[in-house]
Write a protein that binds this ligand. Structure first.
Ligand SMILES: [Fe+2]
Ligand SMILES: [Fe+2]
Length: 267
């Protein structure tokens, strides 16, 4: 029954699904159908400007987010897991948006790479939801940061800018901070959460790898310097500054070398 569905339509269905449980379920199903060869490689319609979102969590601007201080240890763990779940939930939409928006003008392997990312982000979201359930909590219980989609919106017209900001700034930042979160869970004897974050960390290296791979591909075609182009795009589209210390080993493993990001510190 899925034989006539295109990957473009599949991506748009995920983006247009509001309920978190349903979005994750169809995202996982479509990723599997793609790799089983059940979807057509075609794109008819552009994706929505913003993906559909559930009623909960309430989305707040960062300045209105409640502070985590003066709460119990378990509340702090739940707040941390909730913030990670929110990032992974956005990452599902980000991966399908890149497929739906840019897949058409790129080799099929581009779609393969980002559908694989979409499938992994779906698993990351589910893993973190399971950890929240172990604490009697669920995604949607707390307010969440609004603004994660802003970078996607700002770069919707330019794939090089999209890749520079989402995988090569934001997901790379995830590689910098995740090892400390894993040790924090190990210290609190929450080995299940530490294990979930370790899976996420390993797979995120591949997401950054896919980002730099396609960024280089585009720079090669246009005969641009990848490092200079990255630095210019980050200055233009990233509202903030890069925060050291960097996880140089993980970044290099993903092909994101210091020549890309270190010069951005000395402006
Ligand atoms: Fe992820
Ligand atoms: Fe990712």
């Amino acid at each position: 029954m899925h034989s006539k569905i295109t990957i473009g339509d599949a991506a748009i269905s995920v983006l247009k699904t509001a309920c978190a449980v349903d979005k994750a379920a169809i995202s996982g199903q479509y990723a599997k159908l793609w790799f089983d060869g059940k979807l057509l490689f075609d794109f008819q319609t552009p994706p929505p400007k913003r993906p559909a979102r559930p009623d909960k969590p309430e989305l707040l601007l960062p300045k209105y987010m409640p502070k985590r201080r003066h709460k119990g240890r378990q509340d702090n763990i739940i707040a941390l897991l909730h913030a990670i779940a929110h990032i992974e939930f956005n990452a599902i939409d980000l991966a399908w948006d890149i497929v739906a928006r840019f897949g058409k003008n790129m080799p099929k392997e581009f779609t393969d790479d980002w559908v694989k990312v979409a499938g992994e982000e779906t698993q990351h979201f589910s893993l973190i939801c399971q950890r929240m359930h172990a604490y009697g909590a669920a995604y949607g219980d707390l307010p969440a940061h609004d603004g994660l989609w802003q970078s996607a919106d700002d770069t919707a017209h330019d794939l090089k800018a999209r890749l520079a900001i989402i995988p090569l700034v934001l997901e790379a930042r995830g590689l910098d901070v995740t090892p400390a979160i894993i040790s924090r869970f190990e210290k609190t004897q929450d080995t299940e959460s530490a294990k979930a974050l370790t899976i996420i960390y390993t797979e995120e290296i591949n997401h950054v790898y896919a980002g730099q791979k396609w960024f280089h591909h585009l720079c090669n075609i246009e005969k641009l310097s990848p490092e200079k182009t990255y630095q210019n795009l980050v200055k233009q589209y990233f509202n903030g500054s890069l925060k050291p210390p960097f996880n140089k080993a993980a970044r290099s493993q993903a092909g994101l070398h210091e020549a890309f990001y270190l010069p951005l510190l000395s402006k």
